[in-house]
Design a protein around this ligand. Structure first.
Ligand SMILES: C[S@@+](CC[C@H](N)C(=O)[O-])C[C@H]1O[C@@H](n2cnc3c(N)ncnc32)[C@H](O)[C@@H]1O
Length: 362
């Protein structure tokens, strides 16, 4: 018979704080406030206890558990969720990370930025298109938002004939590999082109040709990194921004801030479905990637935060490894079968199961 323990419950409201950098590296729709989760863990468990989250999502429960010197089991059916969790937790040398970024930058930055070159309407010198505004029904953008490096100012203009010619040239560039997977409903039925108020039936069609080519160049460089840790870290940065490079982005108000690292503030994803707005914004892919690395919500800041806060990490391959010094077990599986976790082995469960249509995956 398990003995009864008297528990004093939390009987006051906990005010949610904003996400710290470690939880901002990668978007996750249902991310819970870290301070509230941490307070529950602190209150109901002791150091060394095992905390389980069988619907861990972006990993707030396991990440905060480790920070509080608890052990954690992080389970989610979605491989992206467990990938975000693992990448957020894993320590990485920031100097080496910066060097790897520079290597990617040297190989593809100039080529990609050249895809977005235009002329400043004020001084007539070289400028970079930050975003092009398109009507879904038309073959060319009708507005360019640009940064003039000479004036150090942002401007708007209508594309000139030269801009359109340049775009056509870029569209004929040879892309590297990109995915052409069919989009499917949770029941496995494929999207059909022209139905559901969309022209898309596969992943590549979520992007303009220019952005698809640019993304494919960056992705090829990431795939060619020989060590797995850095390769995965840059995939993490890549997937954190790839949706912002798609046609799924409505037009945002132009930001006055001219610094490149603030660029992501001008781009957003409005709905959690594959909906291309009638007027959409095509953002500059290199700027997005740079911002996903150096930006306020970027990989570098996030890893600085997680490196500082997680002093010890040893990943378990199986539950029994907790006996050998491991403090985290991450598993991509359904919570409907937890037979890989022994009975009575978990001290505390903090979880946030799926809610809302289409989000539940069984
Ligand atoms: C509301 S979210 C959790 C968000 C998380 N608390 C956070 O802060 O990021 C619910 C999660 O349940 C996962 N999920 C849905 N069905 C599942 C299942 N059968 N087994 C495991 N995970 C599942 C989804 O993939 C999603 O990541």
């Amino acid at each position: 018979m398990p003995s009864e323990i008297e528990v004093s419950h939390i009987n006051h409201a906990l005010i949610a704080k904003g996400h710290p950098p470690r939880h901002l590296i990668h978007k996750f729709w249902a991310r819970k406030p870290h301070n509230v989760v941490a307070e529950y863990i602190r209150h109901y468990t002791n150091e060394g206890d095992i905390v389980l989250d069988p619907f861990c999502g972006s990993g707030v429960t396991p990440i905060e558990s480790l920070i509080l010197n608890r052990k954690a089991i992080a389970i989610d059916l979605n491989p992206i969720a467990t990938f975000i969790t693992r990448m957020t937790l894993t320590p990485v040398d920031l100097g080496e990370l910066k060097n790897k970024f520079k290597e990617i930058e040297e190989k593809v930055r100039d080529k990609i930025l050249d895809f977005y070159v235009t002329v400043c309407p004020k001084c007539g010198r070289k400028a970079i298109v930050l975003a092009s505004i398109w009507r879904i029904t038309e073959p060319n953008p009708f507005e360019l938002r640009l940064l003039c490096l000479n004036c150090n100012k942002k401007f708007k203009k209508s594309p000139t004939e030269d801009d359109i010619l340049k775009l056509r040239e870029v569209e004929h560039e040879k892309p590297c590999w990109y995915p052409e997977n069919k989009l499917k409903y949770p029941n496995g039925v494929e999207f059909k082109e022209g139905t559901h108020k969309t022209e898309i039936d596969s992943i590549d069609k979520l992007f303009t040709k220019r952005n698809l080519i640019s993304l494919s160049l960056i992705y090829r460089e990431i795939e060619s990194i020989d060590d797995e840790l850095h390769r995965d870290m840059f995939k993490f940065a890549f997937t954190s921004m790839v949706h912002l490079a798609s046609k799924l982005c409505p037009v945002a108000k132009p930001s006055e801030r001219a610094h490149w690292s603030e660029f992501s503030a001008t781009s957003f994803w409005a709905q959690h479905r594959y909906w291309i707005p009638p007027i959409f914004m095509e953002s500059n892919v290199w700027m997005l990637f740079e911002s996903a690395f150096y930006g306020r919500q970027g990989l570098l800041k996030g890893k600085e935060d997680s490196n500082e806060n997680i002093s010890y990490l040893k990943e378990a391959k199986k539950f029994e490894d907790f006996e050998k010094g491991a403090n985290i077990l991450i598993s991509t599986q359904s919570a409907l079968d937890l037979s890989n976790i022994p009975d009575n082995s978990v001290d505390y469960v903090f979880t946030d199961p799926p809610y809302g249509g289409g989000y539940t995956i069984f």
